[in-house]
Design a protein around this ligand. Structure first.
Ligand code: NAD
Length: 236
């Protein structure tokens, strides 16, 4: 494979790290972003790392030049946060932070990369959504809304750029074992596992395998869609 170039946001841990490692294995050149790139514990000749705080407008503005220089074929919008609370107790700040990171920042980064893709008449955009963007989840009104909104964003972008050789898709993970889900107690995890027909939490490779497929030439006719990777928890 020619060395295609891919940007992965939040690539330093969890699902993002798994995606970065799988892409490197497949021969991609990877630019992985993190809020503190010094904390990257990976090194590889095809890996570049850079600081990016997707909540910080100045950091996003600075990133445009990095995008222009790197000229990615693929963007994987993986960075995401939770700030759970019951809806009636949810503070505006909890709402805004989650919407900013999960939705608004992904939109801004996509706008930054898509100009180069349009010129090249090829590209792949992948958003990491979530099962709860489709099912809802108590205590996660902000998170579910942010992930659900990515569906409309994905479909609209897909419609606008499909004729220019660019695909735009979502991956909706179920419950995946990462630092995000490590916050759950064993009791909470066991309650989730009984609802998963595959009888286990997913792992980051389950998600990176989906990214590898959607990024590939073989997926060139797949756009505006969602790949649900959830062990059968919700057959949507
Ligand atoms: P994680 O908390 O381990 O990693 C999140 C990543 O996002 C980290 O690299 C973090 O540094 C980065 N990030 C957060 N805020 C940022 C900011 N302001 N600027 C830049 N980077 C920022 O979580 P994860 O489980 O690996 O989640 C990765 C993605 O998968 C997220 O979008 C999450 O919503 C989604 N997801 C996770 C699960 C799961 O079960 N773990 C399920 C469905 C969807």
């Amino acid at each position: 494979m020619e060395h295609k170039k891919v940007i992965v946001t939040g690539g330093n841990r969890g699902i993002g790290k798994g995606i970065v490692l799988s892409l490197l294995d497949q021969g991609y050149l990877v630019l992985a972003t993190s809020r503190d790139s010094k904390k990257f514990d990976m090194s590889h000749q095809n890996l570049e790392v850079t600081n990016l705080d997707v909540c910080d407008q100045a950091s996003i503005d600075d990133f445009q030049q990095i995008v222009n220089d790197f000229d990615p074929d693929i963007l994987i919008n993986n960075a995401g946060i939770t700030a759970d609370n019951l809806f009636l107790r949810m503070k505006d700040e909890e709402w805004e932070n989650v919407i900013n990171v999960n939705l608004t920042a992904s939109m801004r980064l996509t706008r930054q990369v898509i100009k180069g893709m349009l010129k090249r008449k090829s590209g792949r955009i992948i958003f990491i959504s979530s099962i709860v963007g489709f099912t809802g989840n108590p205590g996660q009104a902000n998170y579910s809304a942010s992930k659900s909104a990515l569906s409309g964003l994905t479909k609209s972008i897909a419609l606008e750029v499909a004729a220019r050789g660019i695909t735009c898709n979502l991956i909706a993970p179920g419950f995946i074992s990462t630092p995000m889900t490590d916050k759950l107690t064993d009791e909470q995890k066991n309650k989730i596992i009984v609802k998963i027909p595959a009888n286990r939490l997913g792992n980051s490779e389950d998600i990176s395998n989906g990214c590898i497929y959607l990024a590939s030439d073989e997926a060139s006719f797949i756009t505006g869609t969602t790949l649900h990777i959830n062990g059968g928890m919700s057959m949507i």
